[in-house]
Design a protein around this ligand. Structure first.
Ligand SMILES: [Zn+2]
Length: 395
């Protein structure tokens, strides 16, 4: 008998001997010493993106290239922001430490947390950075969220995630900016199995075609809306040469310290639990817990353990408590905004769980082309971490 999500479960669970990831994670495997494949991936990425002097050098070269490409332009990069901790700190870093001239882009699909909004206004005003908010069509945004609930898959925020990335590419294209910067880091967020976080526009389109009630507006390079499939990605990255960077990979990024800095400098306010800069995460967390047995604490705590920021025993104790971080009033608010009854929502939650493998996503074709993609990765055209995320992150 083991405790998962605070519930006693009669299953055999193997837990990694180094982190706290366990066999509830699809595609996890363990070596002879009981160390999981995600820990090995972390070590590999940590050597590709070192956060010491070597990483500093690599980061400097990237910043120089961004500055060079941005010469005589109003902006030299796009930075995607949400008002959450990571993106606020990132904006602070790239202006005050790296000396870049970013255009901040925010995507709003109607579920913004007002606290996150205040945070964005405060920091952009103080740093003198222009903030451009891309607001999606509410009818499409709502319909997409309902489609993914009906599709019975874990990526309930697919519309927002694809929308954020697509907006950044769209604004970069419109303003002729060659670099996009995100505040993500495998060191603090951890590594999710591919079937919990498959973020490609082709998947979104297939689910929307099967379950949607509205047709999404078509793709325009300056205004991609929700379209960021393989074809569009190829257009922006290979044909137009727009590059994506994650500078926090190279930083010794300690969230607690970052929080202190942004609180002091920009009156930043914690928008709730992590990711609650987007209110819809309250509902997602609930569905993950009751339907998919997904506990993202296993990912994020494992990341912190691997990075030496958290004690493994402490983490094991912490996850014994149920993963209930959602506020029921916010879930009701989300359902009201979607125009969905509790009865319909409950019936979708009860549908058998599925993953992106059950949909038409082009993933099978990618797997068939895997040797070619591997070669392109070895040539440095695709970053190794991108290849790994699609092919080596579990199932
Ligand atoms: Zn591990």
């Amino acid at each position: 008998m083991v405790i998962v999500n605070g519930i006693e479960q009669d299953i055999t669970l193997q837990c990694c001997s180094h982190c706290i990831s366990n066999s509830t994670c699809p595609g996890i495997s363990f070596d002879k010493k009981g160390v999981c494949n995600f820990c090995h991936l972390h070590n590999k990425w940590a050597s590709i993106y070192p956060n010491d002097n070597r990483g500093n050098k690599q980061l400097k070269a990237i910043i120089q290239k961004i500055k060079k490409d941005g010469r005589n332009k109003k902006f030299d990069c796009i930075v995607g922001i949400s008002g959450g901790r990571d993106s606020t700190y990132l904006l602070h870093l790239i202006v005050t430490k790296y000396g870049l001239r970013p255009l901040a882009v925010h995507f709003n699909d109607g579920f913004d947390n007002p606290v996150g909004g205040e945070n964005m206004i405060n920091i952009t005003r103080k740093l003198g950075v222009e903030l451009r908010t891309i607001t999606s069509n509410w009818i499409e945004a709502k319909d997409l969220k309902i489609s993914f609930l009906k599709a019975s898959v874990p990526e309930l925020n697919e519309g927002t995630d694809v929308g954020i990335a697509a907006s950044c590419f769209g604004v970069a294209h419109k303003e002729n900016i060659k670099h996009i910067i995100y505040g993500q880091s495998f060191r603090t967020e951890g590594i999710k199995p591919v079937s919990w976080a498959y973020m490609v526009g082709d998947y979104l389109n297939d689910v929307q075609q099967k379950f949607g009630t509205v047709k999404l507006r078509t793709w325009k390079p300056d205004n991609p809306n929700y379209h960021l499939g393989w074809k569009e990605l190829f257009y922006y990255t290979i044909f137009k040469g727009i590059k994506v960077h994650s500078p926090l990979y190279y930083e010794n990024y300690i969230r607690k310290q970052a929080e202190e800095i942004i609180k002091t400098e920009y009156d930043w306010v914690y928008p709730g639990a992590h990711y609650f800069d987007d209110l819809y995460w309250a509902l997602i967390t609930y569905v993950h817990r009751v339907k998919f047995n997904i506990d993202f604490r296993l990912n994020s705590y494992s990341a912190l353990i691997r990075d030496g920021q958290m004690d493994r025993q402490q983490a094991l104790e912490a996850v014994k408590k149920p993963y209930v971080m959602e506020d029921p009033r916010i879930i009701e608010l989300c359902l009201n905004r979607l125009g969905v009854s509790r009865h319909d929502f409950d019936s979708w939650v009860k549908l058998p769980p599925k993953t992106f493998h059950d949909y038409n996503t082009g993933y099978k074709l990618m797997q068939a082309l895997r040797p070619v993609i591997k070669l392109v990765t070895k040539l440095g055209i695709i970053p190794e971490i991108v290849y790994d995320k699609y092919f080596l992150c579990g199932e």
